[in-house]
Write a protein that binds this ligand. Sequence first.
Ligand SMILES: [Zn+2]
Length: 536
Amino acid sequence: MRFAAFVLVIAGTAALAAQTPAPFLPPLDRVLPERAETIYRAIAPRVETRAAMDVVTAIAPLWRLAGNPAFDRSLELVEARLRAAGIATRYDTISSTSQGWEMRDAALRLDGPAGEIVLSMAQDRVPLAINSFPTPPGGLTARLIDVGSGTAPAHYEGRDVAGAVVLADGPFGNVWNLAVKVRGAAGVISTQIAGYTQPTTTPGVLQWGAIPYAAERPTFGFKATPRAARRLRERLAAGPASVHVTADTAFHRRPVRTLVAEFPGTRLPDERVVLVAHVQEPGANDNASGTGTLMAAALALQAAFADGTLPPPARTLTLIWGDEIRASDAWIAADAARLSRVVAMMSLDMTGEDTTKTGGTFLIEKGPDPTAFWPRPTDPHSEWGASEVDRALLKGTFLNDLHLAVALRRARDTGWVVRTNPYEGGSDHTSFIKAGVPALLNWHFTDRYYHTNLDTLEKVAPATMGHVATVVATTAGFLASAGAGDVAPLRGLVATARDARLASERALAAPPEILDAWTRWYAEAIASAARLAGAP
Ligand SMILES: [Zn+2]
C-alpha cells in the first residue's frame, strides 16, 4: 500500500514537473561574444561591494522622496563618491508633482495623549501616509470609527465620521475620498496589505502608502500593521474609543534634482548607453540597493578605464539617479536627438536582496517579447503581476538575450540564481521602452518585504549587489565599446537563443501563432545587432 502510495506521489510530482517546465534559460553564457567575456573578466574583480553597502547603510534608514532633504542628501552622497573616483557628474533639475514631503515624527495612541502607542515612527518606521499634514502642537484626539472595508458609500451609512479617525481595510485613495473628502473625517487608518508580505505571520508589517495632497483639507493617514489593527478592533469591541494622533511633517516644495554621471564616448560620443536607478522610497532594497549598485558599477568601470585594462568607451555611458519614472521622462523629453541615439537602457531597481530572507530570485525583466503577450509556462510572470502591454512595443532586440548571457556567465562562476520574467512595467525601463529604446529591468521578486516598513538594511546582501553591478557594468561596457566586429558574434548569440526558444515552444506544442511571433521577433532581434556597427 505504502509503496503504491509512493509510486502515486512520484507520478504526481512528475506530472506536476511535466506541467511546470523548467524556466527558459538556454546556456547563452557559452556563446558570449569575446569582447563581452574580456570586459566581464576586467570588471568582476573591480566591483567593490563595500562601496555599494556604504551607500545602502547611509540612506536605507531615510524616507527619500523627490525634493525632500533625505532625497538630496542621498544624491550628494553618491555624487561625492563618484567625484572622488574622478567621474564627471552634474545635476539636472526637473519639474515634479512631488510635494517634497518629509516625516519627522508620528504616533497614534489609544484614547489620549498618554495612551498606549499603537503605531509610531519609532516602532513601525514608516506608518504615516505620504502627504500627511502636521497635527496641531500636542496632537489631536478624535473618535475612532471602524467602517470595515470603507470603499463604498454603504460602508458609512449610519456612521458619523465627521471629525473622526476612520479605520478601514480598503486602500488609502478610495477610503480617503469617501471618509475625508466626502464626509469630513479628520484622518484615515488603512490595514490594506499584499498577501505576499505574509501578514498573518508578520504582525509588525505594513506597506507604506500615500493619501492625496490636499492643502485645502490638511489631514493625515496611517497604515496599520496586523498587530495594530487587531489592537484597535479589540478596543472598539470593548466600547466607543478615541485615538490621539501626533504627526510632525513638512513639505519641501523645491526643484527636484537628478544626478547624472557620464563617461564620455571617444569615437561616437553622441551614441549612448543609459543606466538608471531611482532613489526615492524608504526601502533598503527598494531602492537604496539599486542606488548603491549603480554606483559600484560606475566605480568598477572607472577603475578599469583608469588603469587601462579597458579602453575608454567609444559611446557615452550615461548613469542617472533620480525620481522614478519622472527623472527618466524628463531626460527623454529634454533632447529628442539625444534620445534617438540611445543604443540601450537598463534599470536597476531592487538589486540587493538577501533571498534567504526576502524570498524570490534575481530577475531580468525582459523588454517586450512574445511572453508579454502570450503566457508561456517556461516564462512565468512575477507576483507583481502582468499588465496590459501595447502591441506596438513588441519589437525584437538583441538586449534581452545579451544581458541574460552575461548574467548566466556570472552564475556559472558563482552559483548565483538567475531568472527572467516577461515585461510587466513599473520601473524606469518603462519610460525608455515607450520611447522606442531597447530596455530591461534588473530586480528581485517576490520580495516579501516589498514596499514595507521591514525593507531594512539586514535584508540586503552585499554579494547580490556585487553580482548585479558586475553584470550591468559588463553589458553596458560591451554596448558602449562594441563595433562592426562584434555584430556577427552577437548575432550568433541571438540566433542560439532563437533556436533554443523555437525548440522549447515546439516541445510545448505551441500553436503556429506563437511560433510565428517568435520567428518574427527573432528576425528583428538578429537584425538589430547591426545597431552596434557604428564604432570602428
Ligand atoms: Zn523601486
